[in-house]
Design a protein around this ligand. Sequence first.
Ligand code: PMV
Length: 311
Amino acid sequence: MTAASAPGKVILFGEHAVVYGRPGIAVPFAAVQATAEVREAAGAPGQVVVEAPDLGRVSELGELGDDDPLARAVRLCLEALPAAPAGALRVRVTSTIPMAAGMGSGAAVTVALLRALSAHLGHGLPPDRVSAIAFEVERLHHGTPSGIDNTVVTYAQPVYFVRGRPPERLTPGAPLHLVAAYSGQASPTALAVGQVRARHGRAPGPLEELFDRIGALVQAAREALRAGQIQRLGELMDGNQALLEELGVSTPELERLAAAARAAGAAGAKLSGAGLGGTLIALAPAGAAPQVERALQEAGAPWTRRAEVRA
Ligand code: PMV
């Protein structure tokens, strides 16, 4: 049996604008992760059974269409390897990352699967191939992914990301104490990205201007992150959240959770990912994460986790 895992992620700055060429900053959120296990099974050579207990599914690869992310990941992985499997295989994927929450669940499952399957077949794929294949699979969720999710989940390091450019690794000058709180509403990435695209199509000018403002804030955040300026980073997160609200992807529930986090001492708070639901992420000063988490729970968040991001 061969196993591999990949962490969840949060986007600290720049979601949506990153689809339009502006920079984004994402960090791994290792308190949650996806795991894949690959083992030999009884059956004809080349047969692959894909098991996803979280989805209540056990399927034969041949029965799954190419619009199925797990099937697409397995096929793209097998195509990338020099030799076909000699026997039958069973691939099992599990995840503790909430689904449709903007925490990289889809990308993490794909990355874990690609790593476990390629390693099991004796040809572990290098990270750049893993990330590139995960990008292809991400295209099933919405046609125009920026690539930030597959990048941060593959490298499991803070990244400064610009679409089409090699990712830049960021080293935080101080640990980031993060609290994630699910809003209880699913985050439909394709819907949110489509809504922004429709608005951009109707009136590109004002949206380009909004994306420029988000981009400027991301540049400032890169410096604050490197310098370990937690309060400054928090202010920039609040600023980014105000621009996401203007973009139309926040919700009253996300605004309410953000206010609860700030009132409990968070340096800043914003939605993470596509929005219209999904997860709120708060940055806490050292020692304050437990009280911020408690406040988010008291405000009604059905799921919370804390994680620390270090250099
Ligand atoms: O909701 P998520 O975690 O898939 O994040 C989407 C981030 C966007 O910037 C909205 C889209 C993208 O491809 O970058």
